[in-house]
Ligand binder design. Structure first.
Ligand SMILES: CC(=O)SCCNC(=O)CCNC(=O)[C@H](O)C(C)(C)COP(=O)(O)OP(=O)(O)OC[C@H]1O[C@@H](n2cnc3c(N)ncnc32)[C@H](O)[C@@H]1OP(=O)(O)O
Ligand SMILES: CC(C)C(=O)C(=O)O
Length: 558
């Protein structure tokens, strides 16, 4: 029998709020950031980081610009203890950076935490105990008073220990762990009890961290909880309200964003969202969300590839190719209509105006990516993308009618290969389709005489071992050759489209000529390329004729 039965679960009971204010607000500045990569991130790894990995990640966090970094749980493991000591003893903590450490509200652990921090210039001691109904009843077997008692005794000991190390500037942080599963009045009660002990002031505030230890509801409900808490907690002006969201429902970033709208000042999270279960709030995404709205995130994320490399190396976890902003595919469009829109927007883009490119929320160059990767070709791609690749990589500026003609060749090729098509393959296919030298006819010598505004063309056409002499006349050499071909083949040949340009990527200043002919009622495109523009035009016409002949032969054989 199936266990998959939703009736096993009950809905999260939201609080009643009648006049919530957060929905009308906007994020206009970055919150205070705290990285918990080295603590919450580390405790969730299959293999916790080695000292070398922690050290490397620490350097990266500093480079990104975090000013508060939770570096471990020093009373829980000798590795964490030693790492804290290594930072302090080797003076690796910049003056504007504060380390934070976590401890349970237990006397021996608190004592050891302070010992680990001895000699540090400034530190945040983060003490927590669980407050939710489930934890109270099933894990701690305590009533509300019992839980408040753990918190208050912890807070008192933190205060007493801090007094024993006056050389350090101490900042206190308290988390009612499992806040999202805690009745709000009780969360306020326990936090008020802790701040009764700590007696913060606006000049010397304490941090009250409201963890979505488990994400239990939609982010709007979390925002309601935060706003309600801020409205009811004592000494609000002496508190920094911090958020610490997890991603169980996939909304950790949204919850943190709405939580900041609801009044929080500070956000804890990790790079790429590593952390317990489905992870912590992803600081990269939240910061880049601000950035993409024109708000300074106050973190430097321009060297994204290096950040990803460091995270992967230190956590031994992959970064999803579609990870917001950071994944290797997030600036790549495969599908035709996206490619078409991106190509048009990039062509019209004025570098001095605000970024407005369809399908690209930010300029890839801002985080060290290039436009090279924006458009890639597979069977979902359209003419715009294919033309973009040919122009970007090889200088061919295909007119629209040729884009349409060529895209069906690329699509057929991609469908047959069932794989992505590289730029080199697109070029190869373009050359095979339009610039092949194995057609029925090849151009020999030619001569143009102009009199009375009429061009007369004498041209040799090679067909295998034979050479044919053709003559034609018209207004211009193109019209003359079309006339000559028409007379020679006995087919009705009409020039429909003509376009040419110098090939910017050619060392020999070559010209390329794009031709569309109507041959007996059917349209055929051709391309000619030469350092001589007349030769390029004639080759282009011959390319279209050869394609018409080949098509007729294929039809006859079918
Ligand atoms: C949501 C979070 O991420 S919180 C951070 C979680 N991180 C970690 O736990 C990683 C590091 N922790 C550890 O290595 C260990 O848990 C240690 C070393 C801290 C403690 O180890 P131990 O004492 O052996 O075991 P354990 O953690 O299971 O302790 C449980 C006991 O502490 C009590 N306890 C748990 N959390 C707290 C707390 N925050 N404050 C006070 N007491 C607590 C429990 O009630 C339980 O008490 P009991 O033994 O009387 O039943
Ligand atoms: C200790 C707290 C902040 C925590 O990690 C959590 O609740 O997820």
């Amino acid at each position: 029998m199936s266990h998959f039965d939703h009736r096993k679960y009950k809905p999260f009971e939201p609080i009643r709020m009648t006049s919530r204010r957060w929905p009308d607000r906007q994020l206009k500045q970055a919150p205070l950031w705290c990285s918990v990569d080295l603590r919450d991130g580390n405790q969730a790894l299959i293999e916790p980081m080695t000292a070398a990995q922690k050290s490397k990640l620490w350097d990266q966090l500093i480079k990104i610009g975090f000013k508060e970094i939770e570096v471990g749980f020093p009373s829980a493991s000798s590795h964490d203890y030693d790492f804290v000591r290594e930072l302090i003893d080797n003076k690796r903590i910049p003056d504007d950076v504060t380390v934070q450490v976590l401890t349970q509200a237990r006397p021996d652990l608190i004592e050891k935490t302070f010992a680990a921090l001895k000699g540090v210039r400034r530190a945040i001691v983060h003490v927590y105990n669980s407050t939710s109904t489930v934890q109270r009843e099933q894990v701690f077997s305590l009533d509300r008073d019992g839980i408040i008692d753990i918190a208050v005794r912890g807070a008192q000991l933190v205060k007493d220990c801090a007094a024993r190390y006056p050389e350090t500037e101490w900042v206190f942080e308290y988390s009612p762990e499992s806040f999202t599963g805690t009745e709000l009045d009780f969360a306020v009660q326990v936090c008020d009890a802790v701040t009764d002990v700590w007696q913060p002031t606006p000049e010397k505030p304490v941090i009250i961290n409201l963890p979505a230890t488990v994400e239990m509801s939609t982010p709007n409900v979390y925002a309601d909880q935060v706003e309600w808490f801020c409205d009811h907690v004592a000494r609000r002006d002496s508190l920094l309200i911090s958020l610490h969201t997890h991603n169980d429902r996939g909304c950790a970033v949204a919850a943190a964003e709405l939580g900041v709208l609801a009044g929080a000042d500070r956000v804890e999270g990790t790079l790429m969202g590593n952390g317990e279960r489905t992870g912590n709030m992803d600081v990269v995404t939240m910061a880049m969300n601000l950035y993409s709205q024109g708000v300074d995130p106050e973190l430097q994320l321009g060297h994204m590839d290096e950040i990803i490399q460091t995270v992967k190396e230190c956590t031994q976890l992959p970064v999803h190719p579609r990870h917001p902003y950071a994944g290797e595919l997030v600036f790549t469009a495969f599908s035709g209509s996206h490619q078409d829109a991106i190509k048009k927007c990039l062509a019209k883009r004025d570098e001095d105006s605000a970024w407005e490119v369809a399908y690209l929320p930010i300029d890839p160059r801002d985080i060290g990516r290039s436009y090279q990767e924006v458009i890639r070709i597979n069977s979902q791609s359209g003419k715009g993308g294919i033309a973009y690749v040919l122009e970007r990589d090889y200088g061919y500026e295909l007119p629209r009618w040729l884009q349409i003609d060529f895209s069906s060749a690329v699509q057929a090729y991609a469908e047959q290969r069932e794989k992505e098509v590289s730029g080199a393959e697109v070029l190869d296919l373009f050359q095979q389709t339009y610039l092949a030298t194995d057609g029925e006819f090849a151009l020999g010598n030619y001569q143009v005489n102009r009199s009375d505004n009429v061009d007369e063309l004498q041209v040799e056409l090679k067909q295998g071992a034979s050479t044919h002499s053709l003559q034609g006349a018209g207004n211009g050499v193109v019209a003359s050759f079309v006339d000559a071909i028409s007379r020679f083949t006995g087919k009705q040949v009409v020039l429909v489209e003509y376009s040419e340009h110098a090939l910017s990527q050619s060392a020999d200043a070559e010209a390329v000529c794009y031709i569309q002919l109507n041959v007996n009622g059917e349209r055929y495109c051709g391309v000619g390329r030469s350092s001589d523009i007349i030769q390029a035009s004639l080759d282009g016409i011959l390319s279209a004729i050869n394609r018409a002949i080949k098509q007729a032969a294929d039809n006859a054989a079918a």
